[in-house]
Design a protein. Structure first.
Length: 69
């Protein structure tokens, strides 16, 4: 973990771009995963956000399925 990671406050939800960055994938792929329902997202007013635990769930599913998801 880098110093900047340690300095960030813990948040329950991330923007789609932040979620993509956390997974190390592109914004377009992240939007595709959200649209397909592979990664859970929530609406807060007009904003689309990704719960941090949804990223954990997605990675766990990938590991369980051997990366075939």
């Amino acid at each position: 973990m880098t110093t900047t990671d340690q300095a960030r406050p813990f948040r329950l939800v991330l923007t789609v771009e932040e979620a993509a960055d956390r997974l190390g994938i592109g914004r377009t792929l992240m939007y595709a995963l959200v649209s397909a329902g592979e990664v859970e997202s929530v609406r807060i007013g007009r904003l689309r956000r990704v719960p941090t635990d949804a990223l954990d769930d997605y990675v766990l599913r990938l590991r369980t399925l051997g990366g075939a998801a």
